[in-house]
Design a protein around this ligand. Structure first.
Ligand SMILES: CC1=C(/C=C/C(C)=C/C=C/C(C)=C/C=O)C(C)(C)CCC1
Ligand SMILES: [Fe+2]
Length: 546
Protein backbone atom coordinates (compact mmCIF):
# COMPACT_ATOMS: atom_id res chain seq x y z
CA UNK A 1 0.00 0.00 0.00
CA UNK A 2 2.94 2.23 0.67
CA UNK A 3 3.43 2.15 -3.08
CA UNK A 4 0.17 3.95 -3.70
CA UNK A 5 0.17 6.30 -0.75
CA UNK A 6 3.69 7.17 0.25
CA UNK A 7 5.91 6.98 -2.80
CA UNK A 8 6.83 10.11 -4.72
CA UNK A 9 5.32 10.15 -8.17
CA UNK A 10 7.30 11.18 -11.24
CA UNK A 11 6.01 14.01 -13.38
CA UNK A 12 4.98 13.33 -16.97
CA UNK A 13 5.70 16.79 -18.31
CA UNK A 14 5.36 15.95 -21.98
CA UNK A 15 1.90 14.79 -23.04
CA UNK A 16 1.86 11.06 -23.59
CA UNK A 17 -0.71 9.34 -25.75
CA UNK A 18 -2.87 6.77 -24.02
CA UNK A 19 -3.90 3.43 -25.50
CA UNK A 20 -7.63 3.60 -25.94
CA UNK A 21 -9.79 0.51 -25.92
CA UNK A 22 -13.50 0.84 -26.61
CA UNK A 23 -14.88 4.05 -28.07
CA UNK A 24 -14.85 7.50 -26.53
CA UNK A 25 -17.97 9.41 -27.63
CA UNK A 26 -17.06 11.86 -30.39
CA UNK A 27 -18.72 14.76 -28.54
CA UNK A 28 -16.40 14.32 -25.56
CA UNK A 29 -13.68 16.88 -26.27
CA UNK A 30 -11.86 18.75 -23.55
CA UNK A 31 -9.55 18.49 -20.58
CA UNK A 32 -10.11 16.55 -17.40
CA UNK A 33 -7.96 18.46 -14.94
CA UNK A 34 -7.29 17.03 -11.50
CA UNK A 35 -5.29 17.67 -8.36
CA UNK A 36 -3.96 15.66 -5.44
CA UNK A 37 -0.89 14.91 -3.33
CA UNK A 38 2.01 13.35 -5.28
CA UNK A 39 5.17 13.74 -3.20
CA UNK A 40 5.51 12.79 0.44
CA UNK A 41 9.25 12.86 0.99
CA UNK A 42 11.74 15.63 0.31
CA UNK A 43 15.38 14.70 0.80
CA UNK A 44 15.51 12.76 4.04
CA UNK A 45 12.32 14.28 5.43
CA UNK A 46 8.86 12.80 5.22
CA UNK A 47 5.39 14.23 5.67
CA UNK A 48 3.21 12.61 8.30
CA UNK A 49 -0.14 12.83 6.56
CA UNK A 50 -1.39 11.97 3.08
CA UNK A 51 -3.08 15.40 2.83
CA UNK A 52 0.35 17.05 3.31
CA UNK A 53 1.80 15.81 0.02
CA UNK A 54 2.99 18.27 -2.60
CA UNK A 55 0.30 19.06 -5.18
CA UNK A 56 0.61 17.12 -8.40
CA UNK A 57 -1.66 18.36 -11.19
CA UNK A 58 -2.58 15.97 -13.94
CA UNK A 59 -4.74 16.19 -17.01
CA UNK A 60 -6.31 14.00 -19.63
CA UNK A 61 -6.83 15.86 -22.88
CA UNK A 62 -9.58 14.12 -24.81
CA UNK A 63 -9.73 14.93 -28.47
CA UNK A 64 -11.23 13.05 -31.42
CA UNK A 65 -11.36 9.77 -29.53
CA UNK A 66 -7.76 10.00 -28.34
CA UNK A 67 -6.47 10.77 -24.86
CA UNK A 68 -3.22 12.54 -23.90
CA UNK A 69 -1.97 12.51 -20.35
CA UNK A 70 0.40 14.84 -18.56
CA UNK A 71 1.28 15.76 -15.01
CA UNK A 72 3.26 18.50 -13.29
CA UNK A 73 4.00 19.37 -9.72
CA UNK A 74 2.52 22.69 -8.72
CA UNK A 75 5.52 25.02 -8.44
CA UNK A 76 4.16 26.60 -5.28
CA UNK A 77 6.43 28.66 -3.06
CA UNK A 78 6.19 25.67 -0.72
CA UNK A 79 7.40 23.26 -3.40
CA UNK A 80 10.24 25.57 -4.44
CA UNK A 81 11.45 26.21 -0.87
CA UNK A 82 11.36 22.50 -0.05
CA UNK A 83 13.21 21.49 -3.19
CA UNK A 84 15.80 24.22 -2.70
CA UNK A 85 16.42 23.17 0.92
CA UNK A 86 16.14 19.47 0.00
CA UNK A 87 13.90 18.97 3.00
CA UNK A 88 10.43 19.93 4.18
CA UNK A 89 10.58 23.55 5.35
CA UNK A 90 6.91 24.57 5.13
CA UNK A 91 4.30 23.25 7.55
CA UNK A 92 1.32 21.34 6.22
CA UNK A 93 -1.86 19.99 7.79
CA UNK A 94 -0.19 17.05 9.57
CA UNK A 95 3.47 18.12 9.58
CA UNK A 96 5.03 21.06 11.41
CA UNK A 97 8.24 22.14 9.72
CA UNK A 98 11.11 24.29 10.97
CA UNK A 99 12.72 26.43 8.29
CA UNK A 100 16.21 26.67 9.78
CA UNK A 101 17.32 24.27 12.52
CA UNK A 102 20.72 26.00 12.96
CA UNK A 103 19.43 29.42 13.99
CA UNK A 104 20.67 31.05 17.18
CA UNK A 105 18.37 31.53 20.14
CA UNK A 106 17.32 35.09 19.14
CA UNK A 107 16.34 34.32 15.60
CA UNK A 108 14.63 31.17 16.86
CA UNK A 109 12.53 33.24 19.26
CA UNK A 110 11.71 35.66 16.47
CA UNK A 111 10.73 32.81 14.21
CA UNK A 112 8.41 31.42 16.92
CA UNK A 113 6.74 34.78 17.34
CA UNK A 114 6.20 35.29 13.64
CA UNK A 115 4.50 31.88 13.56
CA UNK A 116 1.93 32.90 16.17
CA UNK A 117 -0.13 34.20 13.29
CA UNK A 118 1.13 31.63 10.83
CA UNK A 119 1.67 32.20 7.17
CA UNK A 120 0.00 29.13 5.78
CA UNK A 121 1.16 26.94 2.92
CA UNK A 122 0.37 27.56 -0.76
CA UNK A 123 0.65 23.83 -1.50
CA UNK A 124 -2.76 23.83 -3.21
CA UNK A 125 -3.39 20.10 -3.49
CA UNK A 126 -7.13 19.62 -3.11
CA UNK A 127 -9.09 20.94 -6.05
CA UNK A 128 -9.25 23.20 -9.12
CA UNK A 129 -11.43 26.29 -9.09
CA UNK A 130 -12.60 28.21 -12.09
CA UNK A 131 -12.94 32.01 -11.83
CA UNK A 132 -14.26 33.35 -15.11
CA UNK A 133 -11.60 32.33 -17.58
CA UNK A 134 -8.94 31.65 -14.97
CA UNK A 135 -8.18 28.38 -13.21
CA UNK A 136 -6.69 28.00 -9.75
CA UNK A 137 -5.31 25.10 -7.75
CA UNK A 138 -6.86 25.29 -4.29
CA UNK A 139 -6.42 24.07 -0.74
CA UNK A 140 -8.04 25.37 2.46
CA UNK A 141 -5.64 28.17 3.39
CA UNK A 142 -5.74 31.81 2.25
CA UNK A 143 -3.64 30.98 -0.82
CA UNK A 144 -4.67 29.79 -4.25
CA UNK A 145 -2.35 29.32 -7.25
CA UNK A 146 -3.31 30.28 -10.75
CA UNK A 147 -2.46 27.58 -13.27
CA UNK A 148 -2.48 27.15 -17.01
CA UNK A 149 -4.99 24.32 -17.56
CA UNK A 150 -3.39 23.28 -20.84
CA UNK A 151 0.27 23.21 -19.89
CA UNK A 152 -0.24 22.72 -16.12
CA UNK A 153 2.24 25.54 -15.54
CA UNK A 154 2.06 27.33 -12.22
CA UNK A 155 1.23 31.02 -12.46
CA UNK A 156 0.71 33.68 -9.82
CA UNK A 157 0.13 33.14 -6.14
CA UNK A 158 -3.07 34.78 -4.98
CA UNK A 159 -3.75 35.70 -1.38
CA UNK A 160 -7.50 35.73 -0.72
CA UNK A 161 -6.83 38.21 2.09
CA UNK A 162 -6.12 40.91 -0.49
CA UNK A 163 -9.77 40.73 -1.54
CA UNK A 164 -11.68 39.38 1.46
CA UNK A 165 -10.74 38.99 5.13
CA UNK A 166 -10.43 35.19 5.36
CA UNK A 167 -7.59 33.08 6.80
CA UNK A 168 -9.11 29.85 5.50
CA UNK A 169 -11.49 29.07 2.63
CA UNK A 170 -12.96 25.86 1.23
CA UNK A 171 -11.70 24.18 -1.89
CA UNK A 172 -15.30 23.35 -2.81
CA UNK A 173 -16.84 26.56 -4.10
CA UNK A 174 -20.22 26.63 -5.85
CA UNK A 175 -20.89 28.12 -9.26
CA UNK A 176 -24.13 29.66 -10.48
CA UNK A 177 -25.39 29.34 -14.06
CA UNK A 178 -23.37 32.42 -15.09
CA UNK A 179 -20.19 30.98 -13.58
CA UNK A 180 -20.04 33.32 -10.58
CA UNK A 181 -18.21 31.67 -7.71
CA UNK A 182 -19.62 31.45 -4.20
CA UNK A 183 -17.34 30.28 -1.43
CA UNK A 184 -17.03 30.39 2.33
CA UNK A 185 -14.01 31.05 4.53
CA UNK A 186 -13.15 31.72 8.15
CA UNK A 187 -11.92 35.04 9.42
CA UNK A 188 -10.06 34.33 12.66
CA UNK A 189 -10.15 36.85 15.53
CA UNK A 190 -10.35 39.84 13.23
CA UNK A 191 -11.40 43.02 15.06
CA UNK A 192 -12.34 40.88 18.02
CA UNK A 193 -14.56 38.51 16.02
CA UNK A 194 -14.28 35.12 14.41
CA UNK A 195 -16.65 34.82 11.47
CA UNK A 196 -17.59 32.53 8.62
CA UNK A 197 -17.58 34.73 5.55
CA UNK A 198 -19.51 33.84 2.41
CA UNK A 199 -18.03 35.62 -0.57
CA UNK A 200 -18.75 35.91 -4.26
CA UNK A 201 -16.27 36.19 -7.12
CA UNK A 202 -17.93 37.37 -10.34
CA UNK A 203 -17.33 35.36 -13.52
CA UNK A 204 -16.94 38.44 -15.64
CA UNK A 205 -15.99 42.00 -14.85
CA UNK A 206 -16.28 45.19 -16.85
CA UNK A 207 -13.30 45.52 -19.18
CA UNK A 208 -12.49 41.80 -18.85
CA UNK A 209 -9.47 40.74 -20.84
CA UNK A 210 -7.70 44.05 -20.20
CA UNK A 211 -4.64 43.90 -18.05
CA UNK A 212 -5.42 44.08 -14.34
CA UNK A 213 -9.15 43.37 -14.75
CA UNK A 214 -9.31 40.24 -12.64
CA UNK A 215 -12.59 38.82 -11.30
CA UNK A 216 -10.93 38.33 -7.91
CA UNK A 217 -10.49 42.07 -7.55
CA UNK A 218 -14.28 42.29 -7.62
CA UNK A 219 -14.81 39.78 -4.82
CA UNK A 220 -17.61 40.85 -2.51
CA UNK A 221 -18.73 39.66 0.91
CA UNK A 222 -22.16 38.12 0.50
CA UNK A 223 -22.93 37.50 4.15
CA UNK A 224 -21.10 36.60 7.33
CA UNK A 225 -22.00 34.51 10.36
CA UNK A 226 -20.37 35.04 13.73
CA UNK A 227 -18.78 31.85 15.00
CA UNK A 228 -20.31 30.43 18.19
CA UNK A 229 -16.88 30.48 19.71
CA UNK A 230 -14.26 33.18 19.12
CA UNK A 231 -11.34 30.84 19.74
CA UNK A 232 -12.67 27.56 18.40
CA UNK A 233 -14.43 27.98 15.08
CA UNK A 234 -15.76 24.98 13.25
CA UNK A 235 -13.70 23.17 10.63
CA UNK A 236 -15.61 22.55 7.42
CA UNK A 237 -14.70 21.30 3.98
CA UNK A 238 -17.72 22.30 1.88
CA UNK A 239 -21.17 23.87 2.10
CA UNK A 240 -24.58 23.54 0.46
CA UNK A 241 -26.67 25.73 -1.80
CA UNK A 242 -30.21 25.78 -3.22
CA UNK A 243 -31.85 28.26 -5.58
CA UNK A 244 -32.62 30.66 -2.73
CA UNK A 245 -30.59 29.50 0.26
CA UNK A 246 -27.10 28.68 1.45
CA UNK A 247 -26.54 25.92 4.03
CA UNK A 248 -23.59 26.14 6.36
CA UNK A 249 -23.05 23.47 9.02
CA UNK A 250 -21.20 24.64 12.09
CA UNK A 251 -20.03 21.23 13.25
CA UNK A 252 -18.42 20.35 16.57
CA UNK A 253 -15.23 19.44 14.76
CA UNK A 254 -13.38 22.54 15.80
CA UNK A 255 -10.03 24.28 15.46
CA UNK A 256 -8.47 25.48 18.68
CA UNK A 257 -6.95 28.85 17.78
CA UNK A 258 -4.87 29.11 20.96
CA UNK A 259 -3.44 25.68 20.30
CA UNK A 260 -2.72 26.75 16.73
CA UNK A 261 -0.95 29.89 17.94
CA UNK A 262 1.39 27.78 20.06
CA UNK A 263 1.68 24.76 17.77
CA UNK A 264 4.97 25.88 16.27
CA UNK A 265 6.63 26.33 19.68
CA UNK A 266 5.19 23.07 20.94
CA UNK A 267 6.37 21.21 17.86
CA UNK A 268 2.94 19.84 16.96
CA UNK A 269 0.98 19.95 13.70
CA UNK A 270 -2.11 22.00 12.77
CA UNK A 271 -4.01 18.72 12.66
CA UNK A 272 -3.41 18.23 16.38
CA UNK A 273 -5.30 21.50 16.99
CA UNK A 274 -8.50 20.06 15.53
CA UNK A 275 -10.83 18.09 17.76
CA UNK A 276 -14.24 16.52 17.55
CA UNK A 277 -16.53 17.42 20.47
CA UNK A 278 -18.99 14.58 20.54
CA UNK A 279 -20.90 16.16 23.44
CA UNK A 280 -21.83 19.19 21.34
CA UNK A 281 -24.34 19.79 18.54
CA UNK A 282 -24.07 20.55 14.83
CA UNK A 283 -25.74 23.90 14.09
CA UNK A 284 -27.46 24.42 10.76
CA UNK A 285 -27.18 27.95 9.41
CA UNK A 286 -29.56 28.76 6.57
CA UNK A 287 -28.89 31.99 4.71
CA UNK A 288 -31.57 33.49 2.51
CA UNK A 289 -29.79 34.57 -0.68
CA UNK A 290 -32.41 37.23 -1.37
CA UNK A 291 -31.96 39.08 1.91
CA UNK A 292 -28.40 37.84 2.52
CA UNK A 293 -29.44 37.19 6.11
CA UNK A 294 -29.38 33.97 8.14
CA UNK A 295 -32.71 32.54 9.28
CA UNK A 296 -33.29 33.24 12.95
CA UNK A 297 -34.60 29.80 13.91
CA UNK A 298 -32.02 27.69 15.70
CA UNK A 299 -31.80 24.49 13.69
CA UNK A 300 -29.47 21.81 14.92
CA UNK A 301 -28.63 18.16 14.48
CA UNK A 302 -26.57 15.53 16.25
CA UNK A 303 -22.80 15.96 16.52
CA UNK A 304 -21.19 14.69 13.36
CA UNK A 305 -18.36 15.34 10.94
CA UNK A 306 -19.17 16.25 7.37
CA UNK A 307 -16.63 16.85 4.66
CA UNK A 308 -18.78 16.72 1.55
CA UNK A 309 -22.17 18.20 0.85
CA UNK A 310 -23.75 16.32 -2.03
CA UNK A 311 -26.65 18.54 -3.07
CA UNK A 312 -29.57 20.49 -1.65
CA UNK A 313 -32.91 21.75 -2.92
CA UNK A 314 -36.21 23.29 -1.89
CA UNK A 315 -39.46 21.33 -1.84
CA UNK A 316 -42.86 22.49 -0.58
CA UNK A 317 -41.62 25.02 1.95
CA UNK A 318 -38.75 22.80 3.11
CA UNK A 319 -35.10 22.73 2.39
CA UNK A 320 -33.57 19.33 1.85
CA UNK A 321 -29.85 18.77 1.99
CA UNK A 322 -27.79 15.63 1.44
CA UNK A 323 -24.38 15.13 3.01
CA UNK A 324 -21.81 12.40 3.59
CA UNK A 325 -21.70 12.21 7.38
CA UNK A 326 -19.38 10.53 9.87
CA UNK A 327 -19.95 9.93 13.56
CA UNK A 328 -16.45 11.15 14.42
CA UNK A 329 -13.26 12.54 12.89
CA UNK A 330 -11.54 9.18 12.35
CA UNK A 331 -11.20 9.85 8.61
CA UNK A 332 -8.41 12.38 9.23
CA UNK A 333 -6.72 9.97 11.62
CA UNK A 334 -6.62 7.22 9.04
CA UNK A 335 -4.75 9.22 6.46
CA UNK A 336 -1.59 9.45 8.56
CA UNK A 337 1.00 7.76 6.38
CA UNK A 338 2.07 5.62 9.32
CA UNK A 339 -1.38 4.01 9.16
CA UNK A 340 -1.24 3.56 5.39
CA UNK A 341 1.68 1.14 5.43
CA UNK A 342 1.93 -2.59 4.75
CA UNK A 343 -0.40 -3.43 7.65
CA UNK A 344 -2.80 -0.96 6.21
CA UNK A 345 -5.80 -3.29 6.12
CA UNK A 346 -5.62 -3.81 9.90
CA UNK A 347 -4.76 -0.23 10.77
CA UNK A 348 -7.24 1.45 8.57
CA UNK A 349 -10.64 0.61 9.90
CA UNK A 350 -12.82 3.66 10.00
CA UNK A 351 -14.61 3.80 13.31
CA UNK A 352 -17.58 5.33 11.59
CA UNK A 353 -18.72 4.62 8.07
CA UNK A 354 -19.36 7.54 5.67
CA UNK A 355 -23.11 7.68 5.23
CA UNK A 356 -25.30 9.57 2.80
CA UNK A 357 -27.90 11.33 4.93
CA UNK A 358 -30.77 13.56 3.95
CA UNK A 359 -31.83 16.35 6.27
CA UNK A 360 -34.95 18.46 5.96
CA UNK A 361 -35.40 21.95 7.40
CA UNK A 362 -38.77 23.75 7.47
CA UNK A 363 -38.43 27.20 5.94
CA UNK A 364 -41.35 28.59 7.94
CA UNK A 365 -41.61 27.45 11.52
CA UNK A 366 -45.09 27.78 12.97
CA UNK A 367 -44.66 29.49 16.33
CA UNK A 368 -47.73 27.66 17.60
CA UNK A 369 -46.60 24.21 16.57
CA UNK A 370 -46.59 21.81 19.46
CA UNK A 371 -43.31 21.05 21.16
CA UNK A 372 -42.23 17.58 19.99
CA UNK A 373 -44.15 17.74 16.72
CA UNK A 374 -42.52 16.91 13.40
CA UNK A 375 -42.51 19.94 11.14
CA UNK A 376 -41.69 17.97 7.99
CA UNK A 377 -44.75 16.69 6.18
CA UNK A 378 -43.09 15.75 2.91
CA UNK A 379 -44.04 12.34 1.51
CA UNK A 380 -40.62 12.16 -0.21
CA UNK A 381 -38.52 11.79 2.93
CA UNK A 382 -38.53 10.33 6.41
CA UNK A 383 -36.20 13.09 7.63
CA UNK A 384 -37.72 14.86 10.63
CA UNK A 385 -37.49 18.30 12.19
CA UNK A 386 -38.76 18.26 15.74
CA UNK A 387 -40.02 21.47 17.28
CA UNK A 388 -38.45 22.12 20.67
CA UNK A 389 -38.91 24.81 23.23
CA UNK A 390 -37.28 28.24 22.76
CA UNK A 391 -37.85 28.04 19.01
CA UNK A 392 -35.22 25.37 18.55
CA UNK A 393 -35.65 22.72 15.87
CA UNK A 394 -33.87 19.37 16.09
CA UNK A 395 -33.29 17.78 12.67
CA UNK A 396 -33.03 14.02 12.31
CA UNK A 397 -31.89 12.58 9.00
CA UNK A 398 -33.15 9.97 6.65
CA UNK A 399 -30.35 7.46 6.21
CA UNK A 400 -29.93 6.91 2.49
CA UNK A 401 -26.79 4.83 1.90
CA UNK A 402 -23.70 3.70 3.76
CA UNK A 403 -20.16 3.47 2.45
CA UNK A 404 -19.58 6.21 -0.10
CA UNK A 405 -17.35 9.28 -0.44
CA UNK A 406 -16.15 11.79 -3.04
CA UNK A 407 -19.71 12.46 -4.26
CA UNK A 408 -20.48 14.24 -7.52
CA UNK A 409 -23.72 15.07 -9.27
CA UNK A 410 -24.83 16.35 -12.63
CA UNK A 411 -24.00 19.97 -11.81
CA UNK A 412 -26.94 21.24 -13.89
CA UNK A 413 -28.99 19.93 -10.93
CA UNK A 414 -26.93 21.68 -8.28
CA UNK A 415 -29.28 23.39 -5.85
CA UNK A 416 -32.27 21.75 -7.56
CA UNK A 417 -34.21 18.53 -7.24
CA UNK A 418 -32.00 15.66 -8.37
CA UNK A 419 -31.94 11.94 -8.45
CA UNK A 420 -28.42 10.60 -8.90
CA UNK A 421 -25.31 10.62 -6.75
CA UNK A 422 -22.08 9.42 -8.34
CA UNK A 423 -19.44 8.51 -5.78
CA UNK A 424 -16.60 6.24 -4.78
CA UNK A 425 -17.65 3.26 -2.70
CA UNK A 426 -15.74 2.99 0.57
CA UNK A 427 -16.79 0.65 3.29
CA UNK A 428 -14.98 0.35 6.58
CA UNK A 429 -11.68 1.43 5.11
CA UNK A 430 -11.04 4.80 3.49
CA UNK A 431 -10.03 3.22 0.18
CA UNK A 432 -12.35 3.53 -2.80
CA UNK A 433 -12.76 0.19 -4.53
CA UNK A 434 -15.79 0.81 -6.74
CA UNK A 435 -17.67 3.62 -8.41
CA UNK A 436 -21.32 3.83 -7.56
CA UNK A 437 -24.38 5.47 -9.04
CA UNK A 438 -27.02 5.85 -6.38
CA UNK A 439 -30.60 6.64 -7.29
CA UNK A 440 -32.04 8.68 -4.42
CA UNK A 441 -35.57 8.16 -5.74
CA UNK A 442 -35.63 4.37 -6.06
CA UNK A 443 -32.82 3.82 -3.51
CA UNK A 444 -31.08 1.49 -5.94
CA UNK A 445 -27.46 1.47 -7.10
CA UNK A 446 -25.32 0.58 -10.06
CA UNK A 447 -21.63 -0.14 -9.56
CA UNK A 448 -18.41 -0.42 -11.50
CA UNK A 449 -15.40 -2.19 -10.05
CA UNK A 450 -12.43 -4.26 -11.12
CA UNK A 451 -9.85 -6.26 -9.21
CA UNK A 452 -6.86 -4.25 -7.90
CA UNK A 453 -8.45 -1.02 -9.11
CA UNK A 454 -8.80 2.09 -6.98
CA UNK A 455 -11.02 4.66 -8.61
CA UNK A 456 -10.79 8.41 -8.15
CA UNK A 457 -13.78 10.70 -7.66
CA UNK A 458 -16.19 10.02 -10.54
CA UNK A 459 -16.97 13.12 -12.56
CA UNK A 460 -20.16 13.50 -14.60
CA UNK A 461 -20.03 15.18 -18.01
CA UNK A 462 -23.41 15.71 -19.71
CA UNK A 463 -24.04 14.81 -23.34
CA UNK A 464 -24.52 18.06 -25.28
CA UNK A 465 -28.21 18.92 -25.31
CA UNK A 466 -28.96 16.24 -22.69
CA UNK A 467 -32.44 16.17 -21.20
CA UNK A 468 -32.17 13.39 -18.67
CA UNK A 469 -30.14 13.89 -15.53
CA UNK A 470 -27.99 10.83 -16.24
CA UNK A 471 -27.57 11.44 -19.96
CA UNK A 472 -23.81 11.74 -20.07
CA UNK A 473 -20.63 9.96 -19.13
CA UNK A 474 -18.58 9.34 -16.02
CA UNK A 475 -14.85 9.98 -16.02
CA UNK A 476 -12.62 8.51 -13.34
CA UNK A 477 -8.85 8.04 -13.18
CA UNK A 478 -8.12 4.50 -12.01
CA UNK A 479 -4.89 3.46 -10.33
CA UNK A 480 -4.01 -0.15 -9.77
CA UNK A 481 -2.31 -2.01 -6.96
CA UNK A 482 -1.19 -4.64 -9.48
CA UNK A 483 2.17 -3.57 -10.95
CA UNK A 484 1.26 -5.41 -14.17
CA UNK A 485 -1.77 -3.26 -14.75
CA UNK A 486 -1.42 0.27 -16.11
CA UNK A 487 -3.46 3.14 -14.69
CA UNK A 488 -6.26 4.34 -16.95
CA UNK A 489 -8.95 6.88 -17.53
CA UNK A 490 -12.28 5.11 -17.36
CA UNK A 491 -15.23 6.32 -19.43
CA UNK A 492 -18.59 4.95 -18.31
CA UNK A 493 -22.06 5.48 -19.72
CA UNK A 494 -23.65 7.33 -16.81
CA UNK A 495 -27.06 5.83 -17.50
CA UNK A 496 -26.15 2.15 -17.57
CA UNK A 497 -22.77 2.29 -15.84
CA UNK A 498 -21.28 0.17 -18.59
CA UNK A 499 -17.77 0.82 -19.78
CA UNK A 500 -17.55 2.78 -23.01
CA UNK A 501 -13.79 3.08 -23.14
CA UNK A 502 -10.60 3.10 -21.14
CA UNK A 503 -7.41 4.98 -21.91
CA UNK A 504 -4.37 3.30 -20.34
CA UNK A 505 -1.24 5.31 -19.75
CA UNK A 506 2.22 3.93 -19.10
CA UNK A 507 3.02 6.33 -16.24
CA UNK A 508 3.12 6.32 -12.48
CA UNK A 509 -0.23 7.91 -11.73
CA UNK A 510 -1.18 9.24 -8.30
CA UNK A 511 -4.45 8.75 -6.51
CA UNK A 512 -5.96 12.22 -6.75
CA UNK A 513 -8.61 14.13 -4.83
CA UNK A 514 -10.75 16.47 -6.91
CA UNK A 515 -10.91 18.22 -10.26
CA UNK A 516 -13.05 19.44 -13.12
CA UNK A 517 -13.70 18.94 -16.80
CA UNK A 518 -13.20 21.83 -19.21
CA UNK A 519 -15.13 21.14 -22.41
CA UNK A 520 -13.41 22.42 -25.56
CA UNK A 521 -16.60 24.36 -26.26
CA UNK A 522 -15.75 26.61 -23.30
CA UNK A 523 -12.72 28.00 -25.10
CA UNK A 524 -12.72 30.44 -27.92
CA UNK A 525 -14.28 33.37 -26.14
CA UNK A 526 -11.38 35.42 -27.43
CA UNK A 527 -9.17 35.56 -24.39
CA UNK A 528 -8.10 31.94 -24.39
CA UNK A 529 -5.16 30.62 -26.32
CA UNK A 530 -5.92 28.68 -29.48
CA UNK A 531 -5.58 24.90 -29.44
CA UNK A 532 -2.20 25.21 -31.14
CA UNK A 533 -1.02 27.58 -28.44
CA UNK A 534 -2.49 25.37 -25.75
CA UNK A 535 -0.55 22.34 -26.82
CA UNK A 536 2.74 24.19 -26.79
CA UNK A 537 5.62 23.90 -29.23
CA UNK A 538 7.55 21.35 -27.20
CA UNK A 539 4.51 19.09 -27.00
CA UNK A 540 3.89 18.94 -30.71
CA UNK A 541 5.60 15.65 -31.38
CA UNK A 542 2.99 13.85 -29.37
CA UNK A 543 0.05 16.19 -28.96
CA UNK A 544 -2.74 16.05 -31.49
CA UNK A 545 -2.64 18.57 -34.30
CA UNK A 546 -5.81 20.33 -35.20
C1 LIG B 1 -2.55 23.44 5.90
C2 LIG B 1 -3.68 23.83 6.84
C3 LIG B 1 -4.92 23.23 6.80
C4 LIG B 1 -5.11 22.20 5.75
C5 LIG B 1 -6.07 21.31 5.59
C6 LIG B 1 -6.17 20.35 4.53
C7 LIG B 1 -5.08 20.23 3.52
C8 LIG B 1 -7.29 19.57 4.48
C9 LIG B 1 -7.60 18.58 3.50
C10 LIG B 1 -8.78 17.96 3.55
C11 LIG B 1 -9.26 16.96 2.65
C12 LIG B 1 -8.49 16.59 1.45
C13 LIG B 1 -10.46 16.35 2.96
C14 LIG B 1 -11.11 15.35 2.20
O1 LIG B 1 -12.24 14.99 2.44
C15 LIG B 1 -6.05 23.65 7.74
C16 LIG B 1 -6.41 22.54 8.72
C17 LIG B 1 -7.26 24.05 6.98
C18 LIG B 1 -5.67 24.88 8.57
C19 LIG B 1 -4.29 24.98 8.96
C20 LIG B 1 -3.35 24.91 7.79
FE1 LIG C 1 -13.23 17.44 -0.84
Amino acid sequence: MDIIFGRNKKEQREPVRATVTGKIPSWLQGILLRNGPGMHTVGETRYNHWFDGLALLHSFTIRDGEVYYRSKYLRSDTYNSNVEANRIVVSEFGTMAYPDPCKNIFSKAFSYLSHTIPDFTDNCLINIMRCGEDFYATTETNYIRKINPQTLETLEKVDYRKYVAVNLATSHPHYDAAGNVLNIGTSIVDKGKTKYVIFKIPATVPGAGKKGQKPLKHTEVFCSITARSLLSPSYYHSFGITENYIIFLEQPFRMDILKMATAYIRGVSWASCLAFHGEDKTYIHIIDQRTRKPMLTKFYMDPMVIFHHVNAYEEDGCLLFDVIAYGDSSLYQLFYLANLNQNFKDNSRLTSVPTLKRFAVPLHVDKNAEVGSNLIKLPSTTARALKEKDDQVYCQPELLLEGLELPRINYAHNGKWYRYVFAAEVQWSPIPTKIIKYDVLTKSSLKWGEEHCWPAEPLFVPTPGARDEDDGIILSAIVSTDPQKLPFLLVLDARTFTELARASVDVEMHLDLHGLFIPDADWGTGTHPSREEQDGASDRHVAPQT
